[in-house]
Every structure is written in structure tokens, then in C-alpha cells.
Design a protein around this ligand. Structure first.
Ligand SMILES: Cc1cc2nc3c(=O)[nH]c(=O)nc-3n(C[C@H](O)[C@H](O)[C@H](O)COP(=O)(O)OP(=O)(O)OC[C@H]3O[C@@H](n4cnc5c(N)ncnc54)[C@H](O)[C@@H]3O)c2cc1C
Length: 416
């Protein structure tokens, strides 16, 4: 019997896929680890005030026949056609005929002295806390790292009453000129850019050190005119986004260059498995929506309709490639950590303890680097950049899980 479509991730890509397939008559289940749909960009808008595209999509979702399974994290894929999740009611096995992977992206962190001090947060992480109610009125904030998210975060913090002292973007100004032709084709982004006017943006600038005692006090950052030191309460720092590929890799989808490999119709290398949004390249909300729509229609067998939206999805991927080139990390960032700087913050492993090793596997075996709660999601990409280690594969369970959930979630109930 047909079990229908399972969509993992209720951000813009997963929502667009679920609604397109449901409108086409498919039975759709939409799973997300968060308590509300909306992903990163529309966080808090499901129960709060939804704006713009989120408002229309949430209204459609409320009217639709899509089954929402929220607060459920995928932990394993015990057999083809079945995903294990754990949530408030324990482990569950969700069967599917077709699968859309829309698992989004996370921030990339690079270590520098002081990056583990209280008051130093991920740029998107601080924004998420503010969206969830953290009061930053009157707080002195420096935003640093790389990528368009920095400006979005700085503008959000400013709108919430923070004093944004500097936005330190490591990419050189000239590298961003390459974005101009793509930007001219995207009037929405140009309009969005108006909201960034007046922000104290510095190009060719990056944080080299954070200092404090029990709390962040001072930030050193390098600029073309020399090192500057500012007193600040918060540092929001992130070096772009990394696609969440653990689940696609666990399933066996081909991945290359940090992305799931797809064709023009969002098909992965596995039959009946599609990918949309940030896992196919970090390109923003319009790309996520277009790709999600194509994936949902393809899953529902509406190939001709899907083909109508495919060019928009391809334009989104071109934008993602342009962003990746423009905001590439500069080699000087490899010199930021000192031997005593923490690399793996779950297991307190300093850079000096592992930097002479050849592989991430050796670092896990000898120093427990990457063996903690985040399972190497933070230190793994940092070590790839710092030492050139090959990316690690996914580990089971995909997220930390209780023993009871583990037993229920990893086993195949049809096997004795
Ligand atoms: C921290 C952060 C903040 C951002 N802030 C902005 C912003 O202010 N403005 C902006 O334009 N863009 C922002 N972005 C970029 C934005 O996320 C993208 O432009 C776009 O929304 C991506 O949509 P998506 O559906 O591909 O992914 P997402 O919106 O990231 O949605 C992916 C969803 O998948 C779920 N998920 C992932 N893995 C699992 C799993 N194993 N089990 C269950 N659920 C899972 C996640 O909980 C998430 O809800 C931000 C990105 C990040 C990482």
C-alpha cells in the first residue's frame, strides 16, 4: 500500500514541497525537530505574527491535509523506505514511498582565542535567541565572520535596540563585485539591502581575539588600517553556513563539494528521494521555495508542472555558487587559533593536541575530538578548514538520544 510522501525539515523548502505534493493529492507527513514549522528564517512566526511569504504559506499549511510531526528528530534510517525519529512520545518509525530531504544548514564556526567565552555566540544563534525573546536593548554588539547572514543579523539586532559597533566581514570588497550581475536580477534582494544602510560594515576585517573573564569584555579585530580593539557585551560570529548532509549521507545519497548531488528535477542519486533547499547549496529563501516546489511536484508525479518551476530553482543554485565564491574563507583565518585555543568545545580539546594528526579519525581515537554531544558538527568543519582533514561521515544515532529511544529507533520492528 502507498505510504505517501515524507518530508524532513519544515523550513521554506520542506513547506513548499509538502504543500505542492499535498495540493497534488498526495498523503504528506512533514517532520521537524523544532516545535513549530518555519525553519530558521521564519522562526517564531507560526505562533507569532507571520509576515510576507510566511503568512501565505502558513495559511495554506493550516488549510492543508499535511500531517505535521513536530519536535521529532531523525535519528536513523533502519531500512529502505523507513525513517526513525524520536520525540515527545518516544521513538517512532515513519514509512514512506517518496522522501524529500529539506534539512537546511547550520553556521560554520572557526576557532580563535576567546571564542568560547560567555557573550560570544553564533551570529544566527544570537538572532534566534532574540527572535525567541532575548532583550538586547542597549547592548554593545560586534557582528563578525562572513556571508550575507551577518548583515541580516546586524540589522535585526539594531532594530531590537542593540548598539551594533561593527560588522566585520572577512571577504574583500572586490570579491563581492562578482555578485553584482546576479543581484541585478534579484530586485527583492536589492530592496532588502536598503535595510542594511547605515550599518558599520568593514570589509577585509575579521575578529582575531575575544577577551574577558567570566564574560566577554573586549574584541580585537583586524582591518586594512590595523588592529582595532572595542569594548563590547556581545560578539555574534559565524563564517557562513554549511549544508546539513548527515541524513542524506546516511541514506547513501551522492554528495559532492558539501552539497547533495541532484539533477534539474531535484532527484538525488537514490530513487524516490529528492532534496531541496540548503542541502543542495546555500542560496537563501527564494531558492529553497523554488526547489521545494519542484521536489514536491516531482514526488507527486507532476513532472510537467515541476518543469515550469525548475528554471527558477536553477537560478537559485547559480546564486548559491556565486555566494560561495564571493565569501570564500581567506587563508589567514587558519592562523587565528593558538595551540591552547579550544577546537572541540564538547570535549575541551585544544588545537595543539590534534593539529599534528593526519585525520579526523585519529583525533577522535586519541583525543576524543568530535566525540561529544554535537558529534563533530562544530569542530569537524573547522578542522577540515584548519588542517585539510577529509569530511567525516554521519554517525548513528544522528543526534544524541536516550538509551530507550535508541533501542526502539535503531531496530527494524519486522525483524525478530
Ligand atoms: C541560524 C540561521 C539563521 C538564519 N537567519 C536568516 C535570516 O535572518 N534571513 C535570511 O534571509 N536567511 C536566514 N538564514 C538562511 C535561511 O535559513 C535560508 O535562506 C532558508 O530559509 C533555508 O530554508 P531551508 O528550508 O532550506 O532550511 P531551514 O530553514 O534551515 O529549515 C530546515 C529545517 O530542517 C529541520 N531539520 C534539520 N535536520 C533535521 C532532522 N535530522 N530531523 C528533523 N528536522 C530536521 C530544522 O529543524 C529546520 O527547521 C538563516 C540560516 C541559519 C542557519
Amino acid at each position: 500500500m502507498a505510504e505517501g510522501l515524507l518530508v524532513i525539515g519544515a523550513g521554506p523548502a520542506g513547506l513548499a514541497a509538502a504543500l505542492a505534493a499535498s495540493d497534488a493529492g498526495m498523503a504528506v507527513t512533514l517532520v521537524d525537530a523544532q516545535p513549530e514549522p518555519g525553519g530558521q528564517i521564519w522562526r517564531g512566526q507560526w505562533s507569532g505574527e507571520a509576515r510576507g511569504a510566511a503568512r501565505a504559506i502558513f495559511a495554506d499549511l493550516r488549510r492543508s491535509a499535511v500531517t505535521l510531526r513536530l519536535e521529532r528528530r531523525v535519528i536513523a534510517a533502519p531500512k529502505p523506505g523507513c525513517i526513525s525519529v524520536c520525540g515527545p512520545s518516544g521513538p517512532e518509525q515513519l514509512p514512506y514511498d517518496r522522501l524529500v530531504l529539506a534539512t537546511g544548514a547550520r553556521e560554520r564556526f572557526l576557532p580563535f582565542p576567546g571564542w568560547t567565552l560567555p557573550g560570544v555566540l553564533g551570529a544566527g544563534g544570537l538572532q534566534a535567541l532574540v527572535k525567541d525573546g532575548l532583550d538586547v536593548r542597549g547592548r554593545r554588539v560586534v557582528v563578525g565572520g562572513s556571508g550575507p547572514l551577518l548583515l541580516a543579523v546586524a540589522a535585526h539586532l539594531r532594530a531590537k535596540g542593540a548598539h551594533v559597533l561593527a560588522v566585520a566581514e572577512q571577504a574583500p570588497r572586490h570579491a563581492l563585485w562578482g555578485l553584482a550581475p546576479e543581484l541585478l536580477r534579484r530586485p527583492r534582494l536589492l530592496t532588502q539591502g536598503l535595510g542594511f544602510l547605515g550599518l558599520p560594515l568593514r570589509h577585509d576585517a575579521w575578529v582575531t581575539r575575544a577577551e574577558g573573564d567570566a564574560q566577554l569584555r573586549r574584541i580585537h579585530f583586524r582591518t586594512p588600517s590595523g588592529t582595532q580593539v572595542v569594548e563590547a557585551d556581545l560578539l555574534a560570529v559565524g563564517f557562513g553556513l554549511i549544508s546539513n548532509l548527515e541524513l542524506p549521507m546516511l541514506l547513501g545519497c551522492a554528495c559532492e563539494g558539501g552539497r547533495v548531488t541532484i539533477d534539474a528535477a531535484q532527484r538525488t542519486s537514490l530513487p524516490h528521494v529528492f532534496a531541496a533547499g540548503e542541502p543542495t547549496g546555500v542560496g537563501g529563501v527564494e531558492k529553497a521555495l523554488a526547489e521545494g516546489r519542484v521536489a514536491g511536484l516531482m514526488a507527486a508525479g507532476r513532472e510537467a508542472e515541476a518543469a515550469r518551476f525548475a528554471p527558477e530553482a536553477e537560478r537559485g543554485r547559480a546564486w548559491a555558487r556565486a555566494l560561495e565564491t564571493a565569501f570564500a574563507q581567506r587563508p589567514e583565518l587558519r592562523e587565528l587559533p593558538e595551540p591552547s585555543t579550544i577546537l572541540c568545545r564538547c570535549e575541551d580539546v585544544p588545537v595543539g593536541e590534534v593539529q599534528s594528526l593526519e585525520r579526523g579519525r585519529d583525533a577522535r581515537l586519541h583525543a576524543r575530538c568530535g566525540m561529544g554531544r554535537c558529534q563533530g558538527r562544530t569542530c569537524g568543519p573547522a578542522a577540515e578548514f584548519l588542517f585539510g582533514w577529509a569530511p567525516g561521515g554521519p554517525r548513528l544515532p544522528l543526534v544524541p538520544t536516550t538509551f530507550a529511544d535508541l533501542v526502539g529507533g535503531l531496530s527494524d520492528p519486522e525483524q525478530p
